[in-house]
Design a protein around this ligand. Structure first.
Ligand SMILES: NC(=O)C1=CN([C@@H]2O[C@H](COP(=O)(O)OP(=O)(O)OC[C@H]3O[C@@H](n4cnc5c(N)ncnc54)[C@H](O)[C@@H]3O)[C@@H](O)[C@H]2O)[C@@H](O)CC1
Ligand SMILES: Nc1ncnc2c1ncn2[C@@H]1O[C@H](COP(=O)(O)OP(=O)(O)O)[C@@H](O)[C@H]1O
Ligand SMILES: [Mg+2]
Length: 278
């Protein structure tokens, strides 16, 4: 088992090449936000854009459109009830994140199934929040794609069948291998599992215990995975950055809001970027 360290971030967050453009830094699709969870998809989308993804498109309920664009005009919008658009557009993205505020009703299930039926093996699919609960509730078969899951302990219990009290590294690792995925099990000591490797996140604070904190992390993971070629290191760097920013803010704040973390992502990445071009 290894602690995630600043070294991983320093070697992952590369200096941007001079001749780059938005297409260099990945096309991301973010799907979620039923009419009562609009905030979740806005936070995930904003975190993704602020992490540096080249192009971010948010597929959400149309009731969220004006608030999405008020908070993050850089994100594009598609109505997630337009299943034909999901089918025709999905393959144009390098990274797909599904789940923040997606909800667990029949409509949410239809959207998730549409994504599963159309995703390609070369695409990176990040599965968070309600999407994890839907997979567990409906025993869905996972698609062939490069999978990353970001469950909190209760979602992990639903998906893996391992009770929170039994979520040891040994038990978790067995379940992760069956999923053939990278899994971030979020808690006050977040762990990341990939094949035989296990990492512990050394940071994090109870000041982070507020709704939307995981939606923000999911957006960061999507943004990092879109830009940095090694997916596991990109996931580890996003997990580390999320809590390192929170820890810093918590030195002076009783509670740290997800939206405050988002504002500090570009500054954290600059302070921790690799010193040479690669
Ligand atoms: N502003 C928004 O729109 C928000 C939307 N949200 C969305 O709401 C949906 C449901 O997610 P929830 O997680 O709220 O509900 P869930 O029902 O999936 O899980 C929450 C339950 O898990 C328990 N739990 C046990 N261990 C935990 C741990 N280590 N971390 C977190 N919870 C733990 C909690 O006490 C709680 O009872 C998701 O799609 C999520 O993205 C939430 O993120 C809250 C904010
Ligand atoms: N006490 C804590 N210490 C450290 N990190 C925490 C603590 N409480 C919550 N977090 C972090 O906040 C995030 C919560 O994720 P999640 O429960 O999915 O939030 P939401 O779905 O409301 O956005 C995780 O990254 C978790 O590690
Ligand atoms: Mg969550």
């Amino acid at each position: 088992m290894t602690d995630i360290s600043t070294d991983i971030v320093n070697n992952t967050v590369i200096k941007r090449p001079n001749n780059s453009h938005k297409g260099t830094f990945g096309r991301v699709c973010i799907i979620g936000g039923t009419n009562n969870f609009g905030g979740a998809i806005i936070m995930a989308s904003k975190a993704c854009v602020y992490s540096g993804a080249g192009l971010t498109t948010t597929f959400t309920d149309s009731v969220n459109l004006s608030s999405l664009h008020t908070h993050i005009p850089e994100a594009m919008f598609v109505d997630f009830n337009d299943l034909d658009s999901i089918k025709s557009m999905l393959n144009g993205f390098d990274v797909v994140l599904i789940g923040p505020g997606l909800g667990t009703d029949e409509n949410s299930l239809t959207i998730l199934k549409t994504v599963f039926n159309n995703i390609q093996p070369t695409q990176k699919l990040i599965i968070d929040g309600s999407a994890i609960t839907l997979i567990a509730n409906h025993n869905l078969t996972l698609p062939d794609a490069k999978l990353v899951f970001t469950p909190h302990q209760m979602e992990w219990q639903r998906l893996s069948g391992i009770k929170i009290s039994d979520q040891t590294d040994e038990n978790n690792q067995k379940a992760v291998k069956q999923l053939n995925a990278t899994v971030v099990v979020k808690s006050h000591h977040t762990k990341v599992y990939h094949n035989d490797d296990i990492w512990t996140n050394p940071g994090g604070t109870p000041a982070q215990a507020t709704g939307g904190m995981g939606d923000t992390l999911a957006g960061m993971v999507a943004g990092f995975v879109a830009q940095f070629s090694d997916t596991t290191n990109a996931v580890l760097s996003a997990v580390y950055a999320h809590s390192a920013i929170a820890d810093k803010l918590a030195e002076k704040q009783y509670v740290v809001l997800p939206t405050q973390i988002i504002e500090h992502i570009p500054e954290f990445m600059k302070a921790n970027e690799k010193k040479t071009e690669s």
